[in-house]
Design a protein around this ligand. Sequence first.
Ligand code: XMP
Length: 509
Amino acid sequence: RLIILDFGSQYTQLIARRIRELHVFCEIHPYTHAPNLVLTDDILGVILSGSPCSVREEGAPNPDLSHIQGHVPLLGVCYGAQLLAQQGGGEVTPATIREYGRARLSQLDEASPLLEGLHAESQVWMSHGDTIQTLPAGYDIIASTPEVAVAAFKIEGQDTYGIQFHPEVTHTTEGKQLLHNFVVNICQCAQSWTPDHFVDSAVQALQHTIGPDDQVILGLSGGVDSSVAALLLHRAIGPRLHGIFVDNGLLRQDEFATVLKAYEGLGLNVTGVNAAPEFYAALVGLTDPEAKRKAIGRTFIEVFDREAHKVEGAAWLAQGTIYPDVIESVSVKGPAVTIKSHHNVGGLPDDMNLKVVEPLRMLFKDEVREVGAALGLPGEILNRHPFPGPGLGIRILGDITPEKVDLLQRADNVFINLLKEHDLYSKVWQAGAMLLPIQSVGVMGDERTYEQVVALRAVTSVDGMTADWAHLPYEFLAEVSNKIINQVRGINRVVYDISSKPPATIEWE
Ligand code: XMP
C-alpha cells in the first residue's frame, strides 16, 4: 500500500482516488503522523500532498522526513515538492509570475522512470503561490515549463521526486500516466485492489471479527452505502445480520415497498417498520428546519432502538460509514476543510452495549458502487441519487402534514420518472422537488385557482460539497411542468432552481 501524507490540500482525496483507480490501495494520513510513521514492509511508497500553506511561513507544516526519505520511494506534489527542496537546502520564493492554471511541459527527461511515456508539450495544471527558485546540490531538474524551471526534480541516489504541478487533476492530461509510473513502476505496488479482492478480504475480516453467535444490527435506508454494507455482511454472516428499514413517512412515492422488496429479493434478513404516524406526530406544528431535523432524528432513534432491542444476542451495530467520513481532516489554514453539519448516523442504543462495525470505512463512494455491483446490488439501488436522512421533511418548507407529503411525493415522482425516461437521471448528481409554503393564482379552464408551487432542483456535483444547477433542456423542463400541473391536483405552478452551491445549498432547508 501507499501512504499519502496530507498537508491540507483540497486535492488530497483526489490523489487517493486516482491511485485507487489504478487498483492500488492507499491511505491518507495527516502530516502530523509523519514522525510516527513506521515503514513496515507493506508500505511501498509515500506521497506528500499539496497545502494551502507556504513553506516560507512561520509555523507551516515541516515534519521530519528523514526516516522516510531515501528508505522508500517518495513523491512530493506542489507543497510537498517545495518542502523537499527547502528541507534539502534549496530556496523557495514567492512566484513572481502567474503559476496558476494550464501550462505545457517544454522540456522533460524522457529517461526518468517518473516521466516514462509523457510527452513534451503535454499539458499540466499548476496551482501555487510559491516556486522553487534554486535546488540543492544532488537534486536534478527532470521537467520544466516555459515559466517554471523546476516543474519536476529527482534526488540523486534516491527514489525521491518532486513535482510542482498536480498530476491528480484531469487538466494534467498525462497525470494518470505519471501516477502509474510512480505507483506501479517505481513503488512496485501490485494492482490488486479490485472490487472482488475487496469483497473476499472484507468477508474474511468480518467473519474473523464477528463472533460465531453474535448477531449484527444495521439500519438500512435504501441508499447505496447501507445497502452495500448489508450485502457484504450478509455474505459474511448470513441471517445473523438483522437489517432494520424504517418508513418515516418522508420517503419518495412507493419507495418503502419497492426497496423492501428488493432487499428481500437479495435474501437479506430485513424488518420493515412502518413508523410514519410516529414521525408525523413528532413533527406537528414544527416549521424551523433544524427543529424538524431534530424531531426526525430523535424519532428515528426511538423507533430504531425499539426494533434493535427485539434482536436477541445482538452484539454489533453495523454502519455504512465510508472513507471520506473517516479521513482525519488537516486544518492548517482557514476553511480549507469543509465541515458537514449533517450526518446520517443515528444514535447508538447505549444500554445494549453494541460494538460498532463499519465494513466500508476504507472505500470511496465510487468504490462502494463498484463493490455493490460485484455483490449483485440491483441498478435501481446502486445508481440511486443521494437522498437526505430527513427525506421530504426538509423539502416541504414549513410545517409537515401527510397531505403535503402526498402532494410532494406525486410531483417528485413525475420529475424523477421523466429524468429516467429521458436518460437524464444518471447525468445529474441529485434531483428532487421542493414544496414551497406559498400559494399563487392560476387559471384552469374558466376557473381561477389558488394553489401551491413546487420548485424543481437538479444539480451536478462530485461530492455534494459544491454543486452547479443542472442545465436541463427547456423542452424537458416544459414537459415536467406540464405533467405535474396536469396530474397533481393542488399544484398550479412549477419553477426551476438555478442557484449553485455555494452560496445556495442543494436542499432548500
Ligand atoms: P446541502 O443542502 O447541505 O446538501 O447542500 C448536501 C448533501 O447533503 C444532503 N443533506 C442531508 N443528508 N441529513 C442527511 O442525511 C440531512 O439533514 C441533510 N441535509 C442535506 C443533501 O441531500 C445533499 O446530498
